[in-house]
Design a protein around this ligand. Structure first.
Ligand SMILES: Cc1cc2nc3c(=O)[nH]c(=O)nc-3n(C[C@H](O)[C@H](O)[C@H](O)COP(=O)(O)O)c2cc1C
Length: 417
């Protein structure tokens, strides 16, 4: 641990105290600008960074960073749809902390190293990817653009990125695979009906998906207040797209087409235990990843159960407000798996330097959720491409600067905490 850790730790604790203090959050004690700066004004979902320069962006290529797409998405999407994308749980604090935590990790640059040739590729389950940046599963992407996940797939194909498709995507795995020109990884919400779960898995296998990503961190009915606030101010008639409650929602999702969903009442059954992981392993030939592991204890049990990889994730702060950023969870998970399986991470990644820091702390690959949707809402496929190009460019810049010509050169010594 670097000698500066004490200082940085106190700074982090102080900022967290400021961000969470009920006294400071009181409108009486805190002026509007300070509340905004600490993202505590919940009248609107706060942008991760306000950006007036985004107003002059006429094409995706003009964006300077991925946050500029957030400002555009906020302007272009109906309030309820933007709130759906932005929301966390309760106070949305974990959403903010996921990103904010990266600001407290410093990069230790080395000098006089030949970085003319740069290799940012990584290998995952026998496939080499040009970059460690992957696209997280994001549900219902047609609310951001009529082409939804198909546009994302085309962008992923053009820029050579790994894409994970949500179970509740608004496009089917076959459509997305065709647009991608290659199989995608399939995320699994297993539902409470095994016959349906099995059918979902077999469909992903038939589409050639090599990896099944079982999301373990999201139970039904999270307290997503920001969505509720977005709906309150959205004056459109939404009944056509949202009729039928939960059953209507599932019925509209292409992955459930043709299945008997009469017994499906939940996407994640709260009675699941590690036995269910074994059941999945016994059912599929695909590699099995668990998405949503955040502790060393669970990482160890996952390895014992023969899981092929872990995604350290808190669902982008959408499932529970734990106040524990994923980048802080990553090191203990990496230590627990002892290099036996790859550890991926997502949550709050907005800069190439964030990707670099996650790699330094032991991640094999690093995912982005909301930024792809911001790009999609702004400019469709070209917006998603621009997000990927920017993040990769930023990553490669910091790799050169820090004297790390390949991903293997980015190690724990590349950062100070
Ligand atoms: C609108 C939205 C929908 C999501 N849908 C899913 C999903 O269907 N399955 C899943 O495992 N994770 C889902 N996630 C979580 C992401 O896969 C990812 O873990 C998270 O977005 C990463 O954090 P970030 O948005 O800060 O990058 C969703 C996230 C968002 C923002």
């Amino acid at each position: 641990m670097d000698s500066s850790s004490g200082l940085t730790g106190s700074r982090r604790r102080f900022l967290r105290y400021l961000a969470l203090s009920p006294a400071l959050a009181s409108p009486v004690l805190m002026g509007g600008s300070l509340r905004k700066a600490l993202s505590l004004d919940f009248d609107d979902p706060p942008p991760e960074r306000s950006s007036s320069s985004s107003e002059s962006i006429a094409s995706a290529e003009q964006a300077l960073d991925v946050m500029e797409f957030e400002a555009l998405a906020r302007k272009r999407l109906p309030p309820a749809h933007f709130a759906y994308l932005a929301t966390g749980v309760d106070d949305d604090a974990t959403v903010r902390l996921n990103h904010e935590a990266y600001q407290h990790i410093e990069i230790r640059s080395r000098r006089l190293i030949d970085v003319v040739k740069l290799d940012s590729s990584v290998e995952l389950f026998g496939t080499r990817w040009e970059t460690p940046i992957f696209l997280c599963p994001v549900s219902s992407m047609k609310v951001f653009d009529p082409e939804g996940e198909v546009a994302v797939a085309r962008a992923a194909a053009k820029q050579h990125h790994l894409q994970i498709l949500s179970t509740v995507a608004s496009s089917s795995i076959e459509e997305v695979t065709a647009a991608r020109g290659a199989p995608v990884w399939q995320q699994l919400y297993p539902t409470n009906d095994w016959a349906v779960t099995r059918a979902l898995i077999k469909r992903a296998e038939a589409a050639g998906s090599p990896v099944l990503v079982f999301t373990v961190d999201h139970q039904e009915n999270a307290n997503n207040e920001t969505i509720a606030r977005g709906r309150r101010v959205d004056t459109r008639d939404c009944s056509l797209c949202h009729a039928g409650g939960f059953a209507g929602y599932v019925r509209r999702k292409p992955m459930f087409k043709g299945l008997d969903i009469s017994k499906v009442t939940e996407l994640y059954d709260p009675s699941f235990t590690w036995d269910f992981v074994k059941r999945l392993k016994d059912t599929t030939t695909m590699k099995l990843l668990l998405k949503g592991i955040v502790t060393r204890e669970d990482a160890e049990i996952a390895v014992e159960h023969g899981v092929d990889g872990i995604v350290v994730s808190n669902h982008g702060g959408r499932a529970e407000d734990t106040l524990r950023p994923t980048i802080e969870c990553l090191p203990e998970v990496v230590a627990a798996v002892k290099g036996k399986i790859p550890v991926l991470v997502d949550g709050g990644v907005r800069r190439g330097t964030d990707v670099f820091k996650a790699l330094a702390l032991g991640a094999t690959a690093v995912g982005v959720g909301r930024p792809q949707a911001w790009g999609l809402a702004g400019f469709g496929q070209s917006g998603v491409e621009a997000v990927l190009v920017i993040l990769r460019r930023e990553l490669e810049k910091i790799m050169r600067q820090a004297g790390t010509p390949s991903i293997a050169n980015i190690t724990r010594a590349s950062v100070a905490l």
